[in-house]
Structure formats: C-alpha cells, structure tokens
Design a protein around this ligand. Structure first.
Ligand code: ZN
Ligand code: ZN
Length: 135
C-alpha cells in the first residue's frame, strides 16, 4: 500500500500513515463535539508506529481533558489531527478531515451516542451505534 498523506488546514503539519486503518468511526462524545465545532470527530484507528510526522512536529500541541484521552492539534490553525492519547499509547485516532475531500473510506460506526446533543442530528444510515466506545 502507498502511504496516506495528511495535513492540517494551514499546511504547517504534514504526516503520513503507513498502513490501512483498522477501522474508521464517528465519535459523538462531548469532547469531540467541542474540539470539532460540530457533530464530533471521524477518525481512523492506527498503530502509533504507523503514524509518521513529516513536517511541523514543533507546531503540534496536545490537550488532555479530564476523563478523556489526549487530543493533538496544530497550534497555528487549530486543526485537530490526532486523538486517543497519541503519541503515548500503542494505537491512536487520526482525524480523517486531514486527508481532504477525496479520501473515500466512510465511517463504519457511531460511538458515544449517549452524548448526542439535543441540537444534533444522528443520521439514519444503518451503521452500528455504541453508547460508548465502538467494539
Ligand atoms: Zn496548521
Ligand atoms: Zn470522542
């Protein structure tokens, strides 16, 4: 497989993923809504070893909410890039928004639907829904 290239909005951070994601899912938890400005994050699950920062390592900042895992973003443009405790844990979440409009693997599940907001529309797309983490 050729590696998948990602970047933040300003282009200062560039990275690549060297193996296919185990899964891709949408997270509806409150943390993901707050950092995304919308319904939550859509992420691919990868081994941390398969995530390589090509450029802009010094621009990355992480924030760990109480009761959650670290979320990492570009300090220039604010794009959320990694979650799930990257880079401390063995596997991490990679926000698929970093791959642009032509990336075509769709989410395969909805997690943390217990945290769907009153204003939020949960699509009737037939995908499995999980109260908490997808299994
Ligand atoms: Zn940026
Ligand atoms: Zn989440």
């Amino acid at each position: 497989m050729t590696s998948l290239q990602g970047s933040c909005l300003c282009g200062g951070v560039r990275f690549e993923i060297t193996e296919p994601f185990d899964r891709v899912g949408q997270c509806h938890c409150e943390f993901c809504k707050r950092i995304s400005g919308g319904y939550g994050t859509v992420s691919g699950r990868a081994r941390t070893d398969a995530i390589r920062i090509v450029d802009g390592q010094e621009l990355l900042r992480s924030y760990t909410p109480d009761g959650g895992s670290a979320k990492t973003f570009c300090s220039v443009c604010g794009s959320n890039l990694f979650g799930g405790g990257w880079p401390e844990r063995e596997t991490a979440s990679v926000r698929i928004s970093a791959f642009g409009l032509d990336y075509d693997r769709k989410p395969e599940s909805h997690s943390f639907v217990r945290s769907v907001a009153k204003w939020e529309i949960l699509p009737d797309d037939g995908l499995p829904r999980f109260d908490e983490r997808a299994t």
